[in-house]
Design a protein. Sequence first.
Length: 218
Amino acid sequence: MLRTSFNGSPFVGVFASTSEDCLFAASEVDTEPLAEELGVDGVYTGTVGGSAVIGSLVEANSSGVVVSGDAREDEIERIEAATDGAVGKVSGHVNAVGNLVLANDDAALVSPELDDEARNSVAEVLDVEVSAGTVGGVEVVGSAAVATNSGVLAHPRSSDDELEALDELFDVHVNVGTVNYGTPLVGSGLVANSSGYIAGAETTGPELGRIEETLGFV
């Protein structure tokens, strides 16, 4: 594991995202140690829609990458060059895709605010089953949880029904936790795949233990 901050911010999940194969990060992020920790060969650094908050604007798995509707064609072309999968904008006026979609290689949970067209876009590009729901009672499911092919770490106030829905959808170990000394929106401070993870610099030892147990690193 790697604990770090980007430009002094421990909210690493705001500025970076990953799949099993590719890391997506803002231009100012030193990606070499991150890519090594995550075991990825592909790296995209830059912006989406001119913005550096990549983690809020991208969600990816081994099949594809969904990006903000504001993504420019030159950015999409560079993302395509860094990955082997499809790249597509989520239909409709959707900006913070990374906050609204939670995915691994087998499934995706999307915010209830995404309409049918947007959900179909996610299903097609990521080639997964898609379900809509909340995590911890919030609709920004990509911020409220982190999903890999090995586990799902969810908002600490997730209900039993929400945790059961995550278990049924993703079919991996599911548990609750926090990052950065009690932050419940775990996706804001954690970037992970099945090979490794990057946590915000303020994440405590007990929080790291829960991350490692839930995502299968112990």
